[in-house]
Design a protein around this ligand. Structure first.
Ligand SMILES: C[S@@+](CC[C@H](N)C(=O)[O-])C[C@H]1O[C@@H](n2cnc3c(N)ncnc32)[C@H](O)[C@@H]1O
Length: 257
């Protein structure tokens, strides 16, 4: 049970919240026992803030990715706030469905949605040919910002985004339609896409996805094609180039296939 929790970050995060709750309850008991309780004035609100802070610390300790630390800290506080606001029940259902459509694939793939930065898009442009046709695929294209930007700069480029989360994919398609962009977005799993049809494969996934991505790229990509990964390296496969320009939140790794 514990080992499967450690492999699935969402389960580990839940375990961490439970541990944090036990810690808060213990501290509360100790505070009461030592008669500090009145002076500490441990209200429910204070306990919730303590729960979030301890959960963030434990998340770091259990080596969850940094974005989990903030999430774990805010989760109990947000829950407490929404419960005290007495919102109607259907709002919770609507929120749950939206989150499910947007983030449910992340439970399986361990790749949540977060967009790459404009600085990364600009650096990526250094690698795209300005004078000839090329095909680029963004595997896990999110809400489409990268491809919409590139399509506006490269009239000779063909741009396809594949996205597993239905709601996020719908957002990218609507954005493309509103901007009359040439970029196309499909709701699909990139693991089912044949990479041999593309000159450039761009990925912004997660460390967990990189070993399998490399195997797929190695088997399918044509010689001379480029594999680019934002932020995440491939274990035991040093990149041919690493770009980390000012303003970029993370490096961009490049492999010449
Ligand atoms: C970190 S976001 C990157 C978004 C976008 N590429 C960008 O640079 O802004 C990763 C996206 O990949 C999607 N994703 C994860 N696994 C996928 C898969 N197997 N097939 C297609 N999309 C996937 C996630 O739903 C998420 O939206």
């Amino acid at each position: 049970m514990l080992s499967s929790c450690c492999r699935i970050p969402a389960l580990l995060a839940l375990l961490v919240q439970c541990l944090a709750l036990l810690t808060v309850m213990l501290l509360w008991q100790i505070g009461t026992y030592l008669a500090f309780y009145p002076s500490l004035s441990m209200t429910l609100g204070a306990a919730v803030i303590m729960q979030g802070s301890i959960a963030a610390l434990y998340s770091r300790w259990f080596k969850l990715a940094p974005w989990w630390w903030l999430f774990q800290c805010l989760l109990p506080i947000a829950l407490f706030a929404t419960l005290t606001l007495h919102l109607p029940a259907y709002l919770y259902l609507a929120g749950f469905i939206l989150l499910l459509l947007g983030y449910s694939p992340a439970f399986r793939t361990q790749v949540p949605y977060f967009p790459s930065s404009r600085a990364t898009w600009q650096s990526l442009r250094l690698y795209l040919p300005a004078d000839r046709r090329f095909k680029l695929i963004d595997i896990g294209s999110g809400t489409g910002g990268l491809l919409l930007n590139l399509a506006a700069h490269y009239p000779d480029g063909e741009f396809l985004g594949v996205e597993l989360a239905p709601l996020i994919c719908l957002v990218s398609r609507l954005r493309a339609r509103m901007r009359r962009s040439r970029a196309n977005f499909v709701h699909a799993d990139y693991r089912d896409v044949d990479f041999s049809r593309y000159d450039v494969v761009f990925a912004y996934l997660s460390p967990a996805a990189m070993p399998a991505l490399w195997q797929k790229a190695r088997h399918e990509m044509r010689p001379g094609a480029l594999l680019l990964s934002n932020e995440f390296e491939i274990p035991s496969q040093p990149a041919d180039a690493v770009i980390h320009e000012a303003g970029m939140r993370a490096p961009l790794f490049v492999w010449n296939m």
